[in-house]
Write a protein that binds this ligand. Structure first.
Ligand code: GLY
Length: 368
C-alpha cells in the first residue's frame, strides 16, 4: 500500500493506492464518516462491473446510488442538475457524503455537485481509470463544460479521501489506459527527467498493468501532484505546470465535441506533442527532445498530433478556443512550454502570430 498525503492544512487528505483496495474501502470510509448517508455517483459502465463489490464493501452505510450515462456529455448543466435533483429528492443533508466512483467525468461532476449542494457536503473520490487515479481525483479541481469550452464552470473543492484500487485498471480497455498514460508521462515531462527515462524502459509494463510498474507510476504521479497542489492549491503559479499540453488539448476537445469521440487523455498526448513542437519552434527546446517525446508516444501507441489535427477546420477559431483558457491573463495566452524533457515552465503572453502560424502549419491551412 502507498499513502500520499496532500498537505493543505485543515483540508489535508490522504491518497491510498493499493491493489484490491475496493473490498477494503469500508474501513477507510468509516474513519472519515462517523454519521450520515452516502450517495454513490457512478456511470453505467463502471457500476455494472464494480458496483456490487463497492456496495458490499460499504455494508452498514445507508446508501443512495446515482447512475449517470457514461461519457463527457454528462459534464453539463443538465448532468449536474440531475445529480442535485436526485440528492434533493432523497433529502440529503450537508453532513451526508458524496462518493465519486468512476473516471474523470464522474469525479469532476460529482465533485462540483458536492461543492455546491447545500453550500458543500463531504466528498470522497474512488477513481477507476488510470487518468483519474493519477490526475483528476487529486487536487480538488471540479467542473462541467459548456459551449465555450472544457471545465469552464467549476470550483476548487478538495475531497476528504482518495482511494485508488490499481486492480480495477485491469478491466479498462487499452484505449482508456493509453489515454491515462498521457497524464503519467506529463509528470515526467514537466519536471522529472529520471521518471521519463524509467517510463521509456517500463511504459509497456505500466500499460499492461504489471502490478509493480503501475503502482510505481501512480505513486510517483500522485506524489508530484500532491507536492505541486500543496504549494499552489488555487493555481496562482506553479500548479499551471500540470497543464502541460492542456491548452492545445482543450481546444482539440472543443473541436471534437460534436462527435464526442475523443478522450481527454488522447487530446492530452496530442497536446503535449504540440507544446513540445511549439517550444522547439520558439527555439526553447531541441528538436532531439521533441523527437524523443514523439518516439515514446509512438512506441506505446498513444494518440499523436497527426491523428487529431484534421479536427482543426479553422486556425483562427482554434486560437479563439485557446483564448478561453483559464490560465490566460489580460487577453494574452499563457502556455506551458518546455526547455527540455523534465523542464517545463509557464510562458505568459505567448506571441499570437507565432502560435497562429504553428496551428495553420500543423492543420495544413493557410494563415487566415
Ligand atoms: N489537471 C491539472 C490540475 O489538477 O491542476
Amino acid at each position: 500500500m502507498t499513502l500520499v498525503n496532500v498537505d493543505l492544512g485543515p483540508r489535508s487528505y490522504d491518497i491510498i493506492i493499493k491493489e484490491g483496495l475496493l473490498s477494503e474501502v469500508g474501513s477507510f470510509v468509516s474513519q472519515k464518516i462517523s454519521r450520515g448517508r452516502i450517495a454513490i455517483i457512478s456511470d453505467e459502465n463502471v457500476y455494472k462491473l464494480h458496483g456490487k463489490q463497492l456496495e458490499a464493501a460499504l455494508i452498514g452505510f445507508e446508501k443512495h446510488i446515482i447512475i449517470c450515462p457514461a461519457g463527457e456529455e454528462q459534464k453539463s448543466f443538465e448532468g449536474l442538475q440531475n445529480i442535485l435533483n436526485s440528492l434533493f429528492d432523497k433529502g440529503f443533508e450537508r453532513n451526508d457524503t458524496l462518493i465519486a466512483f468512476g473516471g474523470g467525468v464522474i469525479g469532476d461532476l460529482a465533485g462540483f455537485a458536492a461543492s455546491i449542494y447545500k453550500r458543500g457536503c463531504k466528498f470522497i473520490q474512488i477513481p477507476t481509470t488510470l487518468l483519474s487515479q493519477v490526475d483528476s481525483s487529486v487536487g480538488g479541481k471540479t467542473a462541467i463544460n459548456n459551449k465555450y469550452g472544457k471545465n469552464l464552470v467549476g470550483s476548487f473543492y478538495q475531497p476528504q479521501l482518495v482511494l485508488s484500487d490499481t486492480s480495477i485498471l485491469k478491466t479498462l480497455p487499452p484505449r482508456e489506459l493509453k489515454a491515462g498514460y498521457a497524464e503519467v508521462v506529463k509528470y515526467a515531462l514537466l519536471g522529472d527527467y529520471e521518471f521519463f527515462t524509467w517510463l521509456e524502459k517500463n511504459g509497456e509494463k505500466v500499460l499492461s498493468c504489471e502490478p509493480t510498474a503501475i503502482a510505481k507510476a501512480i505513486a510517483i504521479s500522485c506524489k508530484t501532484k500532491a507536492r505541486i497542489v500543496a504549494e499552489d492549491e488555487k493555481e496562482t503559479g506553479t500548479r499551471a505546470l500540470l497543464n502541460l499540453g492542456h491548452t492545445f488539448a482543450h481546444a482539440l476537445e472543443v473541436e471534437a465535441m460534436p462527435s464526442g469521440n475523443l478522450l481527454h487523455g488522447e487530446a492530452v498526448s496530442a497536446g503535449i506533442e504540440m507544446a513540445f513542437e511549439f517550444s522547439a519552434k520558439e527555439n526553447l527546446c531541441s528538436a532531439a527532445d521533441v523527437k524523443r517525446v514523439k518516439t515514446h508516444f509512438q512506441a506505446l501507441g498513444l494518440i499523436s498530433k497527426k491523428d487529431i489535427t484534421p479536427l482543426i477546420k479553422n486556425s483562427n477559431k482554434f486560437l479563439e478556443h485557446m483564448q478561453q483558457d483559464k490560465k490566460n491573463v489580460g487577453g494574452n495566452i499563457t502556455l506551458i512550454l518546455a526547455n527540455s524533457i523534465g523542464d517545463a515552465f509557464i510562458k505568459r503572453s505567448v506571441p499570437k502570430a507565432s502560435l497562429l502560424e504553428y496551428i495553420s502549419q500543423i492543420s495544413g491551412q493557410k494563415n487566415a
